[in-house]
Design a protein around this ligand. Sequence first.
Ligand code: MTE
Ligand code: MO
Length: 217
Amino acid sequence: MPDELPEDSKLTRTKQRWAEQGRFITGRTSRPGEDRLPPGQHLVKNWPVLDLGIEPAIALSSWRLDIGGEVDTPMALNWDAFIALPQVEHTSDIHCVTSWSRYDNRWNGVSTQELAAHAGIRPEAQFAILTSHDGYTTNLALADFLAEDALLAHSWEGAPLTAEHGGPMRLVVPHLYFWKSPKWLRRIEFATADHPGFWEVRGYHNHGDPWREQRYS
Ligand SMILES: Nc1nc2c(c(=O)[nH]1)N[C@H]1C(S)=C(S)[C@@H](COP(=O)(O)O)O[C@H]1N2
Ligand SMILES: [Mo]
């Protein structure tokens, strides 16, 4: 893991400027179940790649997922231990804050609820603080992390998740904007206090609900 984040790229600076300007805000609200497409979003058929510009190469033999903080059993799962956990399949929509959405993504992996139970999450835990191999960070309230359809995904559409989309494993939290779904997940820290992540300190909303257009803070 890099000690420091990379210099903000041109794309990062552009997205930060959009946050300052309130780009893509429509002021409309809609509800899941009524409209499938959240306000200000447009549908794409392809799958854009968005990240800090670093694509870590992670061999399965050296892959580890650290789970720490407010848990009974801090652990460093290796790939075999991760894959041995009970598996789930969820199909969900992606909503990126830069205004594209993509329907019907079929994910396979381990549910966040399963993982939390495996580590023995303590009642003091209120937040999940996530750190990735490229230095990216993001933060989730525990209830969002533990959403029914949230999972640590290793496969998409029946095939291993490609490196550009976060393989070997990324988090998927479908009910929030996609910046809350870290690629190349390295560490989950269950914390009593919130720690805003990479985009949250650069003007993005702390919660990120697409149905309420929580794009920027
Ligand atoms: N590790 C990591 N995860 C990340 C990012 C990143 O830069 N690094 N970018 C986030 C953002 S802003 C988006 S929109 C999605 C993009 O995921 P995709 O490239 O698979 O479409 O990843 C999110 N997770
Ligand atoms: Mo994004």
